[in-house]
Design a protein around this ligand. Structure first.
Ligand SMILES: Nc1ncnc2c1ncn2[C@@H]1O[C@H](COP(=O)(O)OP(=O)(O)O)[C@@H](O)[C@H]1O
Ligand SMILES: Nc1ccn([C@@H]2O[C@H](COP(=O)(O)OP(=O)(O)O)[C@@H](O)[C@H]2O)c(=O)n1
Length: 225
C-alpha cells in the first residue's frame, strides 16, 4: 500500500481553493494539481475544434487527441494543452461560460479522473476541484470543503479578472459563478457535494494567512517528521 499523503480540497467556485492549495503545496513541499484547470483546458479544446458534445464519437476522438500537463515554476502553475501553454486563455469568460457543461459529460470526467488518480498515486499531493474527496480520492487523509458568501466570492473573482479583462462586469461574474455552482451541484456524474468526512472551511471573513493556518493544523498530524 502507498503511504503518500493526499489532501483533497473541494468547494464552490472562487472560494479560495487554489489560493490555499498553492500555499499548502509550497509550505509542505507537496505537488499541487488544479483539476479545474484541466476541465478548463478540455473545454478550450472542445470550443476551438467545435466538438459536437451530443456526438459520442466526436467526444471520444477529441479526448484521445487531448494531452494535458501541469508545471509549477516558482509557485506559479502553468497548464499545457498539447504542449501549448493555455494558462491565460483558460481564465477567459468564453471558457468559464462553457466549462460546467463540458465537465458534466461522463466520458470527459472519466478521462480526467483517471489522469488525476495516476498523478496522486505515489507522491504527496494537494488536489483541488469539485469531486476530489468524493470520487478521485475517497480515501484522502485530509478533506477540506470550502465555501464563502457568494457576493464575497464574486467580488474577489471580479477583482482578479478585471485586471486582464477590463470589459468584464461584476454582474457577469456573479451570474457565471451562480450558474456554475448550480450546474456543478446538480449534474448526474460526480456532482459537487461535501464528503461525509470533509472539514468545512468558510473563509468569507478569513485572511489567506488564517485559512492557511487552519488547513496546516488539519494536515500536520499526518506528516511524519
Ligand atoms: N481569504 C481570502 N480573502 C480574500 N481574498 C481571497 C481569499 N482567498 C482567496 N482569495 C482571492 O479570491 C479569488 C478566488 O480565489 P481562488 O483561490 O482562485 O478560488 P478557487 O480556486 O476556489 O476558484 C482570488 O483572486 C484569490 O486571490
Ligand atoms: N474536479 C473538478 C474541477 C472542476 N470542475 C469543473 O470545472 C469548472 C472550473 O473549475 P475551477 O476550479 O477552475 O473554477 P473556479 O472555482 O476556479 O472558477 C467548475 O465550475 C466545474 O464545472 C469539475 O467538474 N470537477
Amino acid at each position: 500500500m502507498n503511504n503518500n499523503i493526499v489532501v483533497a480540497i473541494d468547494g464552490f467556485s472562487s472560494c479560495g481553493k487554489s489560493t490555499i492549495a498553492k500555499a499548502l503545496a509550497k509550505k509542505l513541499n507537496f505537488v499541487y494539481v488544479d483539476t479545474g484547470a484541466m476541465y478548463r483546458a478540455v473545454t478550450l479544446y472542445f470550443l476551438r475544434n467545435e466538438v459536437d458534445v451530443t456526438n459520442q464519437t466526436q467526444v471520444e476522438t477529441a479526448l484521445n487527441n487531448i494531452h494535458i500537463s501541469l508545471k509549477t515554476t516558482d509557485g506559479q502553475v502553468s497548464i499545457f494543452l498539447n504542449d501549448e501553454d493555455v494558462s491565460e486563455e483558460i481564465r477567459q469568460m468564453h471558457v468559464a461560460s462553457n466549462v460546467s457543461k463540458i465537465a458534466a459529460i461522463p466520458a470527459v470526467r472519466h478521462a480526467m479522473v483517471k489522469q488525476q488518480q495516476l498523478m496522486g498515486k505515489s507522491i504527496n499531493i494537494i488536489m483541488d476541484g469539485r469531486d476530489i474527496g468524493t470520487t478521485v480520492f475517497p480515501d484522502a487523509q485530509v478533506k477540506l470543503f470550502m465555501t464563502a458568501d457568494p457576493k464575497i466570492r464574486a467580488e474577489r473573482r471580479y477583482k482578479e479578472l478585471v485586471v486582464k479583462q477590463p470589459d468584464i462586469t461584476m454582474e457577469e461574474v456573479f451570474e457565471n459563478l451562480a450558474l456554475r455552482d448550480h450546474d456543478d451541484t446538480t449534474r448526474k456524474e460526480s456532482p459537487l457535494v461535501q464528503a461525509a468526512d470533509a472539514i468545512v472551511l468558510d473563509n468569507s471573513y478569513l485572511t489567506p494567512d488564517e485559512q492557511l493556518e487552519f488547513a496546516l493544523n488539519k494536515i500536520k498530524p499526518f506528516i511524519k517528521e
